[in-house]
Design a protein around this ligand. Structure first.
Ligand code: HGY
Ligand code: MN
Ligand code: MN
Length: 411
């Protein structure tokens, strides 16, 4: 018998249990990649995968895989599901985790129903999707997809100075499998939208057809330390002010453009960082995104021109590229199947572009890939207030269930 419902309690309780991992004394949830909190989440997931009877494997960049294969289907390329379980700082409990545990729920449901998929079904939890500690984001899936050499990835230095390879070894998640050991037939990722569109327009499912381009840069502006009281404004080379001007420049450009362009300065620090010293140096990050590659390049060029203007004023400017991913178009056939399945369940569905980066954009380099979104309440994410109605979490997982049945020839 082909199941049409998942075990909602098992999914929701599983999300709550994983969500309790990485809470600090103030109840803030942070599981940055390859930290002790991430290890706790990883060990918790490995135990769940093993308890579900899956074959658990970890590759050398720390990507975790749980595979359900049978003798009759083992030779076929697997259908890969998954997402990530690392978080940003003070995160919600659904970003990434919903895709991993939703995939596990589908596998457990299909196993329990005695179904016989024509191909193995695997669930992955990719390393360091957030990029919050080790840039670029989607690092583990990028290595898995062959977009970043393993040794270069292992040598990545964190925002706190640690080396990724050392950290994976320290937390016991430096696996032995070479990345790319598993060649998926297709990849589907279930994820919260993390934006306002589905809720605002009254849709319950998003069939993600494209994902916007991402440009991450770290900028260092050097001016001149000076006395905050004695130095006339005309004599200053205030690196902190130059950095603030840059943030305003980018935001005003994005606000003025009638395009979906977004610009974020998420990190900024000054040196010597003293109340009565004109900042000698400012270091900050720039996150630019746009669904259109040409516009994204225009934004990058405008930033470069602005920084050249600061150099003409006498500042020294250096820029470090942290990540650069072009927009991605997902597999049209799977996207159409997601729409069909959602409609068959009577769930209002619309095609949508992902504003956030996801592992699916990397795995799409290997095989047909697509994503299923469910609404985010208030469009809030990367924030402990991140939330999705239980009924929507269950509905999204059941759309994934139906899609997996179709993609693995279950009859
Ligand atoms: O940056 C992103 O969009 C994702 O959360 N890593
Ligand atoms: Mn995510
Ligand atoms: Mn995220």
């Amino acid at each position: 018998m082909i199941p049409t419902t998942i075990d909602a309690t098992r999914l929701l309780d599983g999300l709550a249990a994983l969500g309790r991992i990485g809470l600090d004394a103030d109840g803030r949830r942070t599981r940055l990649a390859a930290t002790d909190a991430d290890r706790e989440g990883r060990d918790h997931l490995v135990a769940r995968l093993a308890a579900a009877g899956l074959e658990v494997a970890i590759d050398r960049i720390g990507n975790i895989f749980g595979v359900w294969a049978s003798e009759e289907n083992a030779a076929a390329a697997p259908l890969l599901l998954g997402s990530h379980i690392d978080t940003v700082v003070n995160a919600g409990h659904l970003d990434g985790c919903y895709g991993v545990l939703g995939a596990l729920e589908v596998i457990e449901t299909l196993k329990a129903a005695g179904t016989r998929p024509a191909r193995p079904i695997a669930v992955a939890a990719f390393t360091g999707e957030e990029g919050a500690r080790f840039a670029p984001d989607m690092l583990g899936s990028l290595v898995f997809a062959g977009g970043l050499p393993l040794d270069e990835a292992l040598a990545t230095v964190a925002t706190d100075g640690a080396r990724l390879g050392d950290e994976l070894a320290r937390i016991g998640h430096a696996g032995t499998l070479d990345p790319g050991h598993l060649r998926p037939a297709a990849y589907v990722e279930l994820h919260i939208e993390q934006g306002p569109v589905l809720e605002r327009e009254g849709f319950r499912i998003g069939a993600v057809e494209t994902l916007q381009g991402i440009s991450w840069q770290k900028v260092t502006i050097t001016g001149q330390a000076n006395h905050a009281g004695t130095t006339p404004m005309s004599m200053r080379r205030d690196a902190g002010l130059a950095a603030a001007r840059t943030a305003v420049f980018l935001a005003e450009r994005a606000n003025r453009s009638n395009t979906p362009t977004v610009a974020t300065v998420g990190r900024m620090s000054f040196a010597p960082d003293v109340i009565n010293v004109v900042p000698a140096r400012a270091t900050f990050t720039v996150d630019l995104r746009d669904p259109d590659e040409g516009r994204l390049r225009e934004e990058e060029a405008a930033l470069s021109a602005h920084l050249a203007g600061l150099e003409a004023e006498g500042f020294a400017v250096t820029v470090e590229r942290l990540a650069r991913f072009e927009p991605v178009v997902f597999d049209a056939a799977i996207v159409a199947e997601i729409e069909r399945v959602a409609r068959a369940r009577g769930l209002p569905v619309r095609r949508i572009t992902s504003g956030a980066g996801h592992d699916a954009q990397m795995v799409a380099r290997l095989c047909p890939a697509a994503m299923i979104f469910v609404p985010s309440i208030g469009g809030v994410s990367h924030n402990p207030r991140e939330a999705t109605a239980d009924a929507d979490l269950v509905a999204g997982a059941e759309v994934l269930l139906d899609l997996v049945v179709r993609l693995t020839g279950i009859r």
